[in-house]
Write a protein of this length. Structure first.
Length: 147
């Protein structure tokens, strides 16, 4: 048995998901390092998978958040998906990265400029009069690697 196993890291800001190595000898430290926090929560995705997230991620202002299919609350920050065996231990996921990516939707605010046409004596043009805000949602882009 090797000293590591594979997990899938969802980088919400980058909008990506990729395979990463998790140290079997210090799983918690590996999770902290991959998602960038020291207080985590585990969300059960199904009987065989869990997504680890920053337990305090929703406290601060958000640039983006991630929705997990069939889970009622948004998840903030990076997420680390692992498999879960019969004993409840973290192991490599049984589903492919493609299947796991399809369970997530990353949402972010997009600011669209609202232009105002100016046409008065001596001045013709446009200016930004404000912004319209919309939510853009995308599946994470899969980054293929040799892990």
């Amino acid at each position: 048995m090797t000293n590591s196993f594979t997990g899938y890291l969802v980088d919400a800001k980058a909008g990506t998901i990729r395979s990463v190595e998790i140290d079997r000898n210090d799983i918690l430290k590996s999770i902290y390092a991959h998602i960038g926090c020291t207080c985590i929560d585990a969300v059960r995705m199904d009987d065989h998978h869990a997504a680890y997230c920053d337990d305090n991620g929703l406290v601060d202002g958000l640039e983006c958040f991630t929705q997990l299919a069939d889970f009622p609350s948004p998840l903030a920050g990076n997420l680390l998906v692992t498999g879960v065996n019969e004993e409840g231990d973290s192991v490599s996921p049984t589903h492919s990265i493609d299947v796991i990516a399809g369970r997530f939707m990353i949402s972010r605010a997009v600011f669209d400029p609202a232009f105002e046409h100016i046409d008065r004596p001596g001045l013709i043009g446009t200016r930004v009069a404000g912004f319209d805000i919309r939510i853009q949602q995308d599946r994470p882009k899969i980054i293929r690697s040799e892990v």
